[in-house]
Ligand binder design. Structure first.
Ligand code: PGA
Length: 258
């Protein structure tokens, strides 16, 4: 499987961290140390209220701004929710969908699927998350579980749009715990996700779709994880809150591909 057919994506997930003022400060610090020349796609997904400050600060750069969630409906009586066209109008390019922290708040595979379809319709890049719990890993059902999440999440996504979806594999036991999956564990699941896409769509689409790893990825372990043949980038929580660390991960992603 050759990585030249797909994009490497380094995406930050700020979760519920940083105010709009802190966002401006962070983006200015990041801009000053971003690597020059050609590099991978970089996204920063930030709290909704921080989107305008982030978009404004990164306008002249190649860093795309994203949201951490969206609503699948176009408009209407959904107090507190944000529609995909509001995100694109605010300057977003990406949206994280189905993060395990949101699934833990009740988001279902059907919700994730509806949001993926809405995001694609709006022209956003959905970063669709999947991942198993420690209990599921220990019960040896990781592959079946992830395969089900992918199939349900991608239901109804047409053949010509599936490669726009970025899939993020995030084992729940590795998120925010400092306990990273080994490169072999992460590769094994990312490889099986690509096989699911191949079965659902085609080899061409499987070769073109970007699959990220997330879960305690940092400036120290990024290089080894990103060197795996089926890991096309990272979804980074904690380490995306510190400009220097985030830049080091971008640099790790700029290694020669296999
Ligand atoms: P972490 O978070 O890097 O802090 O483990 C990753 C994520 O939840 O996307």
């Amino acid at each position: 499987m050759n990585k030249k057919y797909r994009k490497t994506v380094i995406a930050g997930n700020w979760k519920m961290n940083k105010t709009p003022s802190e966002t401006k400060e962070f983006m200015n610090q990041l801009k000053a140390i971003l690597p020059k020349g050609r590099w991978c796609d970089v996204a920063l997904c930030v709290p909704a209220v921080c989107i305008p400050a982030a978009v404004r600060a990164m306008r002249e750069t190649r860093v795309g701004i994203g949201a951490e969630n969206c609503n699948a409906n176009a408009s209407g009586a959904y107090t507190g929710e944000i529609a995909t066209n509001m995100l694109t109008d605010a300057g977003c390019k990406y949206v994280i969908i189905g993060h395990s922290e949101r699934r833990a708040m009740g988001e279902t595979d059907a919700d994730v699927n509806a949001k993926v379809l809405a995001a694609l319709e709006a022209g956003l890049v959905p970063i669709m998350c999947c991942g198993e719990s420690l209990e599921q890993r220990e019960a040896d059902i990781t592959e079946e579980w992830i395969s089900m999440q992918i199939k349900l999440g991608l239901a109804g996504v047409p053949e010509d749009k599936v490669r726009k979806v970025v899939i993020a594999y995030e084992p729940i036991w590795a998120i925010g715990t400092g306990r990273t999956a080994t490169p072999e564990q992460a590769e094994e699941v990312c490889n099986s996700i690509r096989a699911v896409v191949r079965k659902l769509y085609s080899s061409k689409n499987a070769r073109a779709i970007s699959i990220l790893y997330g879960g305690s990825m940092n400036e120290k372990n990024a290089f080894e994880l990103l060197a795996q043949p089926d890991i096309d980038g990272g979804l980074i929580g904690g380490a995306s809150l510190v400009p220097e660390k985030f830049v080091q991960i971008i640099e790790a992603a700029n290694q020669p591909t296999v």
